[in-house]
Design a protein around this ligand. Structure first.
Ligand code: GRF
Length: 216
Protein backbone atom coordinates (compact mmCIF):
# COMPACT_ATOMS: atom_id res chain seq x y z
CA UNK A 1 0.00 0.00 0.00
CA UNK A 2 1.25 3.46 -0.95
CA UNK A 3 1.37 5.72 2.10
CA UNK A 4 1.08 9.36 1.01
CA UNK A 5 1.50 12.67 2.80
CA UNK A 6 -0.43 15.56 1.24
CA UNK A 7 0.97 19.06 1.78
CA UNK A 8 -1.47 21.98 1.53
CA UNK A 9 -1.79 25.68 2.31
CA UNK A 10 -5.36 26.67 1.49
CA UNK A 11 -8.79 25.48 0.46
CA UNK A 12 -7.80 21.93 -0.28
CA UNK A 13 -9.99 21.17 -3.28
CA UNK A 14 -7.17 19.09 -4.75
CA UNK A 15 -6.87 17.28 -1.42
CA UNK A 16 -10.62 16.62 -1.59
CA UNK A 17 -10.24 15.15 -5.08
CA UNK A 18 -7.55 12.81 -3.71
CA UNK A 19 -9.66 11.82 -0.67
CA UNK A 20 -12.67 11.10 -2.91
CA UNK A 21 -10.58 9.08 -5.37
CA UNK A 22 -9.01 7.01 -2.57
CA UNK A 23 -12.43 6.34 -1.02
CA UNK A 24 -14.06 5.41 -4.34
CA UNK A 25 -11.17 3.18 -5.37
CA UNK A 26 -10.18 5.36 -8.34
CA UNK A 27 -6.79 5.57 -6.67
CA UNK A 28 -5.67 2.01 -6.03
CA UNK A 29 -4.05 0.70 -2.88
CA UNK A 30 -3.27 4.06 -1.26
CA UNK A 31 -3.62 5.53 2.22
CA UNK A 32 -3.39 9.23 3.11
CA UNK A 33 -1.23 8.94 6.22
CA UNK A 34 -0.95 12.64 6.91
CA UNK A 35 -2.04 16.08 5.75
CA UNK A 36 0.42 18.86 6.49
CA UNK A 37 -0.29 22.59 6.37
CA UNK A 38 1.88 25.65 6.95
CA UNK A 39 -1.30 27.59 7.65
CA UNK A 40 -3.45 26.88 10.71
CA UNK A 41 -6.56 28.28 9.04
CA UNK A 42 -6.35 26.21 5.87
CA UNK A 43 -9.80 24.77 5.17
CA UNK A 44 -7.94 21.73 3.81
CA UNK A 45 -7.31 20.72 7.46
CA UNK A 46 -11.07 20.51 8.10
CA UNK A 47 -11.46 18.33 5.03
CA UNK A 48 -8.79 15.95 6.35
CA UNK A 49 -10.29 15.82 9.86
CA UNK A 50 -13.75 14.98 8.47
CA UNK A 51 -12.19 11.86 6.99
CA UNK A 52 -10.20 10.91 10.09
CA UNK A 53 -6.85 11.76 8.52
CA UNK A 54 -3.94 12.80 10.77
CA UNK A 55 -3.18 16.53 10.41
CA UNK A 56 0.03 18.39 11.24
CA UNK A 57 0.70 22.13 11.19
CA UNK A 58 4.03 23.97 11.28
CA UNK A 59 3.89 27.73 10.75
CA UNK A 60 7.18 29.25 9.54
CA UNK A 61 6.75 32.54 11.39
CA UNK A 62 6.25 30.74 14.69
CA UNK A 63 9.87 29.54 14.47
CA UNK A 64 12.96 31.50 15.43
CA UNK A 65 14.17 31.50 11.84
CA UNK A 66 13.74 29.68 8.53
CA UNK A 67 16.38 27.07 9.33
CA UNK A 68 14.55 26.12 12.53
CA UNK A 69 11.31 25.73 10.56
CA UNK A 70 13.06 23.71 7.86
CA UNK A 71 14.59 21.39 10.47
CA UNK A 72 11.19 20.75 12.11
CA UNK A 73 9.60 20.26 8.67
CA UNK A 74 12.33 17.78 7.71
CA UNK A 75 11.95 15.88 10.98
CA UNK A 76 8.17 15.66 10.65
CA UNK A 77 8.39 14.24 7.14
CA UNK A 78 11.29 11.87 7.72
CA UNK A 79 9.62 10.54 10.91
CA UNK A 80 6.36 9.97 9.01
CA UNK A 81 8.39 8.48 6.14
CA UNK A 82 5.66 8.48 3.46
CA UNK A 83 6.23 6.61 0.19
CA UNK A 84 5.09 9.70 -1.70
CA UNK A 85 4.72 13.40 -0.83
CA UNK A 86 1.99 15.19 -2.76
CA UNK A 87 2.13 18.98 -2.98
CA UNK A 88 -1.51 19.96 -3.47
CA UNK A 89 -1.56 23.74 -3.36
CA UNK A 90 1.38 23.90 -0.97
CA UNK A 91 2.91 27.37 -0.95
CA UNK A 92 5.96 26.47 1.13
CA UNK A 93 9.20 26.19 -0.80
CA UNK A 94 10.38 22.65 -0.07
CA UNK A 95 13.90 22.84 1.41
CA UNK A 96 16.62 21.08 -0.60
CA UNK A 97 17.29 18.72 2.29
CA UNK A 98 13.74 17.36 1.95
CA UNK A 99 13.91 17.20 -1.85
CA UNK A 100 17.09 15.14 -1.56
CA UNK A 101 15.74 12.86 1.19
CA UNK A 102 12.65 12.12 -0.92
CA UNK A 103 14.24 12.21 -4.38
CA UNK A 104 11.76 10.93 -6.98
CA UNK A 105 9.05 10.68 -4.29
CA UNK A 106 7.58 14.21 -4.34
CA UNK A 107 4.99 15.36 -6.88
CA UNK A 108 3.37 18.75 -7.42
CA UNK A 109 0.31 20.07 -9.27
CA UNK A 110 0.85 23.29 -11.23
CA UNK A 111 -2.03 25.15 -12.91
CA UNK A 112 -0.50 25.64 -16.39
CA UNK A 113 1.03 23.56 -19.13
CA UNK A 114 4.70 23.55 -18.07
CA UNK A 115 7.06 24.94 -19.38
CA UNK A 116 4.66 27.87 -19.91
CA UNK A 117 3.72 30.14 -17.03
CA UNK A 118 5.76 28.44 -14.34
CA UNK A 119 8.81 29.05 -12.19
CA UNK A 120 9.45 31.58 -9.45
CA UNK A 121 6.54 33.95 -8.86
CA UNK A 122 4.04 31.90 -10.86
CA UNK A 123 1.49 30.75 -8.33
CA UNK A 124 -2.21 31.27 -7.67
CA UNK A 125 -4.06 33.74 -9.87
CA UNK A 126 -0.78 35.17 -11.24
CA UNK A 127 -0.39 32.11 -13.49
CA UNK A 128 -3.77 32.69 -15.11
CA UNK A 129 -3.29 36.48 -15.35
CA UNK A 130 -0.07 35.89 -17.29
CA UNK A 131 -1.66 33.29 -19.59
CA UNK A 132 -4.52 35.66 -20.45
CA UNK A 133 -2.13 38.61 -20.86
CA UNK A 134 -0.05 36.58 -23.34
CA UNK A 135 -3.18 35.60 -25.21
CA UNK A 136 -2.59 31.86 -25.33
CA UNK A 137 -5.61 29.91 -26.55
CA UNK A 138 -4.98 26.87 -24.41
CA UNK A 139 -3.74 26.41 -20.86
CA UNK A 140 -4.20 23.53 -18.44
CA UNK A 141 -2.46 21.76 -15.59
CA UNK A 142 0.65 19.66 -15.04
CA UNK A 143 1.64 17.06 -12.45
CA UNK A 144 5.39 16.73 -12.18
CA UNK A 145 8.08 15.31 -9.95
CA UNK A 146 9.78 17.88 -7.74
CA UNK A 147 13.50 18.44 -8.10
CA UNK A 148 15.74 21.22 -6.76
CA UNK A 149 14.37 23.79 -9.24
CA UNK A 150 10.98 25.51 -9.36
CA UNK A 151 8.57 23.56 -11.60
CA UNK A 152 11.51 21.96 -13.44
CA UNK A 153 11.11 18.26 -12.57
CA UNK A 154 10.00 15.47 -14.95
CA UNK A 155 6.41 15.84 -16.18
CA UNK A 156 4.04 12.99 -15.28
CA UNK A 157 0.67 14.12 -16.70
CA UNK A 158 -0.77 17.19 -18.40
CA UNK A 159 -4.30 18.08 -19.42
CA UNK A 160 -5.27 21.04 -21.60
CA UNK A 161 -8.14 23.48 -21.03
CA UNK A 162 -9.33 25.78 -23.82
CA UNK A 163 -9.39 29.51 -23.12
CA UNK A 164 -12.54 31.51 -23.86
CA UNK A 165 -12.92 35.14 -25.01
CA UNK A 166 -14.63 36.15 -21.79
CA UNK A 167 -12.24 34.39 -19.40
CA UNK A 168 -10.97 36.25 -16.35
CA UNK A 169 -8.09 34.92 -14.22
CA UNK A 170 -10.69 33.58 -11.75
CA UNK A 171 -12.90 31.89 -14.34
CA UNK A 172 -9.86 30.28 -15.95
CA UNK A 173 -8.51 29.17 -12.57
CA UNK A 174 -11.85 27.56 -11.74
CA UNK A 175 -12.12 25.69 -15.05
CA UNK A 176 -8.52 24.49 -14.88
CA UNK A 177 -9.13 23.12 -11.40
CA UNK A 178 -12.38 21.38 -12.35
CA UNK A 179 -11.35 20.05 -15.76
CA UNK A 180 -7.65 19.38 -15.25
CA UNK A 181 -6.20 19.52 -11.71
CA UNK A 182 -8.83 17.39 -9.98
CA UNK A 183 -8.47 14.82 -12.77
CA UNK A 184 -4.72 14.50 -13.27
CA UNK A 185 -3.54 14.70 -9.66
CA UNK A 186 -5.54 11.66 -8.46
CA UNK A 187 -4.69 9.90 -11.74
CA UNK A 188 -0.95 10.45 -11.25
CA UNK A 189 -1.13 9.06 -7.70
CA UNK A 190 -3.03 6.01 -8.96
CA UNK A 191 -0.43 5.39 -11.69
CA UNK A 192 2.38 5.65 -9.13
CA UNK A 193 0.53 3.37 -6.68
CA UNK A 194 0.15 0.80 -9.45
CA UNK A 195 3.84 0.95 -10.27
CA UNK A 196 3.26 2.31 -13.78
CA UNK A 197 5.54 5.33 -13.55
CA UNK A 198 9.29 5.43 -14.11
CA UNK A 199 11.74 8.21 -14.85
CA UNK A 200 14.35 8.08 -17.61
CA UNK A 201 16.55 11.16 -17.45
CA UNK A 202 14.24 14.16 -17.73
CA UNK A 203 11.30 12.13 -19.04
CA UNK A 204 8.60 10.13 -17.32
CA UNK A 205 7.57 6.85 -18.88
CA UNK A 206 4.07 5.56 -18.09
CA UNK A 207 3.40 1.92 -18.92
CA UNK A 208 0.49 1.41 -21.35
CA UNK A 209 -0.03 5.19 -21.61
CA UNK A 210 -2.89 6.09 -23.94
CA UNK A 211 -4.00 9.73 -23.64
CA UNK A 212 -7.37 8.90 -25.23
CA UNK A 213 -8.35 6.47 -22.51
CA UNK A 214 -6.35 7.50 -19.48
CA UNK A 215 -8.72 10.24 -18.30
CA UNK A 216 -11.93 8.27 -18.93
C1 GRF B 1 -4.33 25.00 -7.23
O1 GRF B 1 -4.61 25.88 -8.27
C2 GRF B 1 -2.99 24.37 -7.46
O2 GRF B 1 -2.71 24.11 -8.80
C3 GRF B 1 -2.09 25.42 -6.93
O3 GRF B 1 -2.75 25.92 -5.80
C4 GRF B 1 -4.15 25.73 -5.93
C5 GRF B 1 -4.62 24.95 -4.74
O4 GRF B 1 -5.99 24.89 -4.58
N1 GRF B 1 -0.76 24.92 -6.77
P1 GRF B 1 -6.64 23.94 -3.48
O5 GRF B 1 -6.08 24.32 -2.13
O6 GRF B 1 -6.32 22.51 -3.85
O7 GRF B 1 -8.12 24.21 -3.54
Amino acid sequence: MLNIAVLVSGGGTNLQAIIDAVESGKIADTKIGMVFSNNRNAYALERAKKHGIRTEVLVPKEFENRDAFNDAFYKLLTDANPDLIVLAGCLVVIPEKIVRAFAGRIINIHPSLIPSFCGTGYYGLKVHEKALERGVKVSGATVHFVDEGTDTGPIILQKPVMIRNDDTPSSLQKRIMEQAEWVILPKAIDLIARGKVSVEGSRVIIDDYDPDVIFN
